[in-house]
Design a protein around this ligand. Structure first.
Ligand code: RB5
Length: 144
């Protein structure tokens, strides 16, 4: 199950990514926003993050205008490793090296087709473990 969410600045790209993922056979839970009215991205970042932490979803995608606010907010939630990505290599590495459980994109930054490729690169990637696990463990220890 993939969690997805956006604020008003990312809703158009969220819908595109949701359609792409469901078309690929993934189950997607949409945590909003559901219309173009202005809303606060930290609320959506928290909802998606909670969906991952409580085990309902395996990974998440957050979209705002730039992807920055969503990543800052999501990374405040204990257990979340949110990567702000604008290219496919970083999206793959975010999983392989950092075991990111959320990627964040900016609708005003990244074109739709590239955003789909970014999501595909992230979804297809697998965590490398070993030395990367040691480093991720050290990241998570920073929460204590
Ligand atoms: C909303 O205007 C915008 O600030 C938001 O979508 C995001 O880009 C924040 O980081």
């Amino acid at each position: 199950m993939i969690a997805i969410g956006s604020d008003h600045g990312g809703i158009n790209l969220k819908e595109i990514l949701k359609n792409y993922l469901t078309g690929q056979g993934f189950e997607v839970k949409d945590f909003g926003t559901y219309d173009q009215n202005s809303c606060d991205y930290p609320d959506i970042a928290k909802a998606v993050s909670d969906g991952i932490i409580n085990g309902e979803c395996d990974k998440g995608i957050l979209v705002c205008g730039t992807g920055i606010g969503m990543s800052i907010a999501a990374n405040k939630v204990r257990g979340i490793r949110a990567a702000h990505v604008t290219d496919t290599y970083s999206a793959r590495m975010a999983k392989e090296h950092n075991n990111a459980n959320i990627i964040c994109l900016g609708e005003r930054i990244t074109g739709c087709d590239l955003a789909v490729e970014i999501v595909k690169a992230y979804i297809d990637a697998e965590f490398g473990g070993n030395r990367h696990q040691t480093r991720v463990d050290k990241i998570m220890a920073l929460e204590n």
